[in-house]
Design a protein. Structure first.
Length: 214
């Protein structure tokens, strides 16, 4: 079945990897070691993605680490988190535009927290180019829950079998495949281009690679 739509994860696909300077700022603001902060940050991230507020998230991180954060610390931690995940991948954004021009529908399906989403909605005008935007914090469900994939397909008016899904996390790719989607675990633009060129599906799509201004 022909691919009619491409669904993109945001983090590590449309965004660049975490900004090191912002992560270091977060570590300093927390007063914790890098290892302890990262452990509790990621242990609680799924709940944050499903709609927990930033203040609730950082209170839980602090409690799990055996400490507390002041209101000023929490503000700094939230700002650092936003900065860490809002550097975008220009090559991938250029490809979304090429797909649109080729008549392929596009969506973002992201496990997303409120504070980063608010920043994106304010500053990322390119979000309006997508045919569907699905944010976990708004729905209270997150990948790899099948419901959020199906919700996105409905918004695009396509069947799962007509979708190419891109995500950096293997468990999210596996969940998409179980629904019948063509799914690729994203690592780099170069690897994605190779995967598309090596697959018959890819021959029906523009190939990513050219950098343009966004």
């Amino acid at each position: 079945m022909a691919i009619r739509a491409v669904i993109f994860d945001y983090g590590m696909v449309l965004s660049n990897p975490a900004v090191p300077a912002a992560h270091e700022r977060m570590v300093v603001a927390s007063g914790l070691s890098r290892e302890v902060l990262d452990q509790h940050y990621w242990a609680n991230r799924h709940s944050y993605d499903r709609g927990m507020t930033g203040r609730e998230f950082w209170a839980k991180v602090a409690a799990d680490a055996g400490t507390t954060f002041s209101p000023a610390q929490v503000v700094n931690l939230i700002e650092s988190d936003v900065l860490m995940w809002t550097s975008v991948n220009d090559e991938m954004l250029a490809w979304t535009e090429a797909l649109h021009e080729a008549g392929v529908r596009t969506a973002v399906l992201s496990n997303m927290v409120w504070e980063i989403l608010m920043h994106m909605q304010k500053w990322f005008g390119w979000l309006d180019r997508f045919d569907q935007l699905t944010w976990s914090c708004e729905l209270g469900i997150a990948k790899p829950d099948p419901e959020i994939y199906l919700y996105t397909c409905e918004g695009l008016d396509v069947k799962p079998e007509e979708v190419l899904f891109l995500d950096d996390k293997p468990e999210n790719v596996t969940a998409a495949e179980k629904l019948g989607m063509k799914a690729v675990q994203f690592t780099t633009v170069e690897r994605l281009r190779e995967a598309l060129e090596a697959d018959a599906t890819g021959q029906r799509l523009p190939v990513p690679g050219a950098k343009v201004g966004i």
